[in-house]
Design a protein around this ligand. Structure first.
Ligand code: SF4
Ligand code: SF4
Length: 445
């Protein structure tokens, strides 16, 4: 794509990066076929190519964001299916992140929109606040249909996604070391983060047991917190960068004191953000090197487990698993094979979901901010999954798990919980009561 940025504009490192991305696009349109919003809406401006043109026009002409541009960028899920499809290697993720930051700086959203975004940015990144909000949401949950009928769809979506069960009591999550069983083969940090452990404490517990059982010591670094991904995708760049710096400091201390082989993440949306810390902080002279070092250590938990010789003594049950590939894992991190191979190795019958490249509609805060599109994508995803008649659905991202579980009666479980169960861990809570499900035979190690 031809661009016409001035030398003054190109002196800005962000514009410089954006210009390189724009020039890579040859407007072939291959990406439109796999873009969920284009598939649903059929509007070129809701396709990657259309959005690229909108972004180019806005930043090249130094224009404040308009309502029309904001509408189409807000509809983008940041699912990154377009990046997997693009033959020219266009880094759409960095471009749309830049556009979102520009929108945040130059566009004044309507009052309700600003209020709900501020609320989400505050509550979803702070476990203590999230716990309070979850109690309020749980009490108000029966009002969701009424709010929806009144047209307050975002509020209704928020209530619908509130956990139906009480959250487990709060626990001190960081600063703990979980020793390896037997001879120590490695040492990793595990991201605890923000609301993931509130929504599903069982996931990180399963990851720790599984890693320990395989000789890996796990530390949850003192002081680490939210990775910044949610606010980053809302264009709140300074808040996201502050969160990234905090985690970089926490992990660098661990790295320099006791050493780390990897930093593992069980929420693939967060993993995609941590792997991008090097880019996010590339112009920060105090953090650029440290950020690149931390980003290079970041791995999805399945990516790391695939390097270990995970063995199931006897499959706990011959269950059919529909593997839902989270966008952040398959498109953001290009991890597609490992989770399925691990599940197969542990005795599960693994099936791919038709249209597996299409997002389930979760996408961070998307299912709250764009409830109509998110629901259409969820229903399409659930219909595709149910065709497989699986016993269980596996996914590597709490956002997808929550989103899909809201649309089906089939249990949805994190991949790592199934692997832990198959190698001697407890039966995942969601599977209790499923016919034929027994505790696994423990593997001695
Ligand atoms: S596939 Fe890549 S090069 Fe083609 S229009 Fe889409 S982003 Fe541009
Ligand atoms: S990130 Fe997803 S929704 Fe956004 S343009 Fe790319 S394919 Fe479409």
């Amino acid at each position: 794509m031809q661009t016409n940025f001035s030398l003054t504009q190109l002196a800005d490192p962000q514009i410089y990066s954006a210009e390189k991305i724009l020039r890579a696009c040859v407007h072939c349109g291959f990406c439109t076929a796999t873009c969920p919003t284009y598939v649903l809406l059929g509007d070129e401006l809701d396709s990657p190519r259309g959005r690229i043109y909108l972004i180019k026009d806005m930043i090249e002409n130094e224009q404040p964001a308009t309502r029309e541009v904001v509408k189409h960028i807000d509809r983008c899920l940041s699912c990154l299916a377009c990046m997997t499809t693009c033959p020219s290697g266009v880094h759409y993720m960095h471009l749309v992140d830049h556009a979102r930051e520009h929108i945040e700086k130059t566009y004044k959203r309507p009052l309700f929109d600003r209020a709900i975004r501020a609320l989400l940015a505050r509550v979803l990144t702070d476990p203590a606040l999230f716990r309070l909000a979850a109690v309020a949401g749980w009490l108000a949950k029966p009002l969701a249909p009424l709010l929806r009928a009144l047209g307050l769809k975002r509020m209704a979506a928020m209530l619908q996604l509130t956990p139906s069960r009480r959250l487990a009591p709060p626990s001190v999550r960081t600063g703990k070391v979980h020793a390896a069983q037997g001879a120590r083969r490695g040492r990793v940090a595990l991201l605890s983060g923000c609301i993931g452990p509130e929504l599903s404490p069982a996931t990180n517990e399963a990851a720790i047991r599984l890693l320990n059982r395989n000789g890996i010591e796990v530390v949850v670094a003192m002081g680490e917190a939210c990775c910044g991904s949610l606010v980053h995708h809302m264009g709140r760049e300074q808040q996201a960068l502050a969160m990234a710096r905090n985690n970089i400091e926490a992990w660098t201390r661990e790295l320099e004191e006791a050493g780390l082989d990897a930093i593992l993440i069980t929420v693939s949306g967060c993993g995609t953000a941590v792997k991008d810390y090097g880019f996010m902080l590339r112009t920060d002279t105090a953090y650029a090197v440290k950020a690149a070092r931390i980003a290079a250590l970041a791995k999805d938990v399945s990516e790391y487990l695939a390097t270990l010789d995970i063995q199931a003594a006897a499959p706990p049950a011959r269950l059919t698993v529909a593997y839902h590939a989270a966008c952040s894992l398959q498109h953001g991190q290009k991890i597609a094979r490992e989770p399925k191979e691990l599940l197969s190795r542990c005795g599960f019958v693994v099936k791919d979901v038709p249209e597996g490249h299409l997002c389930c509609g979760s996408a961070g805060t998307y299912n709250i901010l764009q409830p109509d599109l998110a629901e259409r994508l969820r229903d399409r995803k659930v219909a595709n999954i149910e065709k497989l008649q699986p016993d269980v659905i596996a996914a590597g991202n709490i956002g997808c798990i929550t989103q899909i579980a809201a649309g089906t009666a089939i249990p949805v479980v994190h991949t790592v919980e199934l692997l832990d169960w198959a190698t001697g861990g407890p039966v995942p809570e969601q599977l209790a009561g499923l016919a034929g499900v027994e505790p696994a035979v423990a593997v001695t190690g």
